[in-house]
Design a protein around this ligand. Structure first.
Ligand code: FAD
Length: 382
């Protein structure tokens, strides 16, 4: 006898767990969650969350136009606010700070000034500030306000695991076959049917949806948790920093400790298309050096932990969340460009709303349909 479910969620990282949590509120739905023991990117995160995007607003405007840039920024802000509210309500530890972009070159300075104007015109808060006291080589910083925090992401995932424990857990999905009004899903041990599928299985999504193979590009990254033994760091705990157009990022965890990542450009092919994650010696050497260039009096001399993981960078650098084009009953969420803890949490909520036919803040511009081949757009509806 096959078990039948209304909705099958594939993948138990932040996207899948959040989908299960939000759908689980509809008690009359029969839901299952297919999980795998393989590594989850969510469990490797650096505990950093923020609103907006890693890239500056001007970059998103240049690539996608002002309207879409505004939509993307707003959605990420919603994601941050929703997660902070959820964390507060459920005792998950967060430390709130500010989102700051450090500026080294005159070109960056001009661009940040423009970004501040554009952000304020679009209704977001942003301002220019002088370089941090005691820093070297910095010309200033862009302060995008208080949508930044560190979060206990393991605590968040554990909470979601526990609060979705009534959702049936099944093994790793190996095959999905469309039957007229439903899907037959095979796992390593069982097979079952479902009317709707939510793909939340990260890089494995393109195994089931080959049309997205060129869209969901793998990218290898790493972080180092380090301390200074020379006084306190020049930013308050909870601050999220990026510089050199997001090539470097850091999250201040306490007066003396931060987690820092980036420098992917030192990896072969900048880490793109990697099939496994490895710590790079070059990157591990470069990160504290890059910090010491700006803050030589606060060098990061003590290493606490390090982690490498694979992420997804969509080919147009915009998350892919929503119904799959040309495939009734299939939804997916992926490609959060390094902001998957808040965007993956929000994607789970948005996908639940979409599946239930309810309205949500998700911009249509995030839907996978933007990657549909133009040849098929005339005859397909979604
Ligand atoms: C080094 C690094 C640091 C990062 N730090 C941060 C950070 O500080 N803050 C932040 O917001 N983002 C961060 N990110 C990004 C973030 O980790 C990811 O965007 C996010 O975790 C993706 O979540 P997900 O649920 O989509 O994928 P995952 O967490 O990878 O979940 C997918 C799950 O699906 C399972 N699976 C795979 N195939 C199958 C299958 N066939 N059947 C069933 N299950 C399957 C996997 O085992 C996995 O558990 C970081 C990324 C990297 C690389």
């Amino acid at each position: 006898m096959h078990q039948h479910y209304d909705i099958a969620i594939i993948g138990g990282g932040i996207t899948g767990l959040s989908s299960a949590y939000h759908l689980g509120k509809s008690k009359d739905l029969k839901i299952c969650l297919s999980t795998s023991s393989e590594v989850s990117a969510s469990r490797s995160s650096a505990n950093m969350i923020s609103g907006g995007l890693i890239d500056n607003f001007t970059r998103i405007v240049q690539r996608h136009g002002p309207e879409k840039a505004e939509q993307a920024w707003k959605y990420s802000n919603h994601a941050f606010d929703a997660l902070m509210e959820f964390a507060k309500a459920n005792g998950i530890k967060t430390v709130k700070g500010e989102r700051r972009r450090l500026i080294e070159t005159p070109d960056e300075l001009e661009e940040c000034k423009k970004a501040v104007v554009e952000l304020n015109e679009a209704g977001f808060k942003s301002l220019m500030e002088k370089a941090p006291d005691g820093s070297e080589h910095l010309l200033g910083q862009q302060n995008d306000g208080e949508r930044a925090a560190s979060i206990d992401s393991q605590g968040l995932l554990d909470y979601l695991e526990k609060s979705t424990s009534t959702v049936t857990r099944l093994g790793k999905t190996t095959r999905v076959i469309r039957e007229s009004q439903q899907f037959k899903i095979e796992t390593e041990k069982e097979s079952f049917t479902a009317e709707v599928i939510i793909y939340a299985n990260h890089l494995d999504i393109s195994h089931f949806l080959p049309g997205l193979k060129e869209v969901l590009v793998s990218s290898q990254d790493q972080w180092l948790r380090m301390q200074t033994e020379a006084g306190t760091l020049p930013f308050a705990p909870g601050t999220v920093l990026s510089w050199r157009h997001g090539h470097y990022w850091a999250q201040i965890e306490s007066d003396r400790q931060l987690t820092m990542g980036g420098a992917r450009f030192l990896r072969p092919m900048a880490g793109f298309e990697a099939d496994k994650a490895e710590l790079s010696e070059k990157v591990s050497k470069n990160l504290p050096e890059a910090w010491a260039k700006y803050f030589p009096k606060r060098p990061l001399t003590k290493m606490i932990a390090s982690k490498a993981s694979l992420d997804i960078r969509p080919c147009d650098e915009i998350p892919v969340i929503g119904p799959m084009f040309g495939e009734t009953g299939i939804f997916l969420g992926a490609g959060y460009m390094g902001q998957g803890i808040s965007l993956g949490f929000k994607a789970g909520q948005s996908l639940a709303q979409l599946v239930l036919g309810k309205s949500d803040e998700l911009p249509r511009f995030f839907w996978p349909e933007r990657h549909r081949s133009l040849a098929s757009t005339d005859n397909e509806e979604n």
